[in-house]
Design a protein around this ligand. Sequence first.
Ligand code: PMP
Length: 373
Amino acid sequence: MFNIINLVKKSVQELKPYQAENIQCRIKLDAMENPYLLPESLIKKVIEGIERIKINRYPDPAASMLKSIISSQTGISTDSIIIGNGSDELIQMILTVFGDPSPQSLSGEHGDRVFFPVPTFSMYGIIARSLSLVPEGVPLIPPCPPLEKGGQEGGWEIPLDKFLSEMERIKPKVIFISYPNNPTGNCFSKESILKILEKAQGIVVIDEAYYDFSKKTFLSYLKEFKNLIILRTLSKIGMAGLRVGYLMTDKEICKELNKVRLPYNSNSVSQEIAGIILENRVELDTQIASIISERERLMNGLKGIKGIKPFPSETNFILFKIAKNSKEVFDKLLDGGILIRNFGNDIYLKYSLRVTIGTPEENDEFLNAIRRI
Ligand code: PMP
């Protein structure tokens, strides 16, 4: 009997789709979105911009206007920038260009290695698999490692010696470092990342999706390391619905990536609106500042609840451990209309949940609800 699954390539048969469910809720604190709508003054400018768009025409394939705005704000030249339909698409582009599915690895599996510390953003592994590459993770040092492993505070840090020796052994084509890291929320040691950059033989992607909240960047190292790609997104600062991400890297890498980029990957509406919003960044910066100050308030609130341990965060979310079944906590919050993310099924994150920073009112409701559970 005809079975479609037999036609699907093996690496895709084994995949599980990214968990992006559309669960109905009153308070949405699961996806690291900016909880604020655009300010009125900006909405007017956006509507005027939309009126100018000719949707009967294809978009600018080079997204020139948007790239020049990003260029003027970052100091990186436009030929060193690529716009993606979300940074997810850029991850896929990078792996399409650099990951070769054919070479045989040490373990006999075919496919270049894609390497990252875990737990981290799951799309690195999912996209690698979908392209018949082999994802490999090195566990981060958890904040409270068991005594037999030294027992000292690890703070979700990269175990540098282990990371470097694995890197030497498996020779990954691409390394991903989420900085700060999703879902742990911290920035890894800068010295460790520099060591990785010095030793890496492949491409190193530093994913600065949460840069606007951490204000820490490796942008100034682009000149020194020709294999470095910096990835950013507009999704976390209020434009998740537009699907706009960008990368900054050496011109030569851009040339290669542009060979596989679909010609009209970024649509005209997103290019126009993102350009207008970025040109009026001050309005966004006020929202970002309020998210950062709410993060500290939420952190203190969580610290004050018995049985909860929040981990330090330089992002717009907080990962926390709870001395209860995390799925039950998740379900009870959802019963009250509050959606967060449960990580209890992740081998590295048992008893853990992640909450995105919301408005002060949403954060209060969340804190009150979790206190009652
Ligand atoms: N990188 C990291 C570290 C993320 O957490 C996310 C979103 N969760 C992305 C990339 C993807 O962002 P987008 O595709 O919306 O640009």
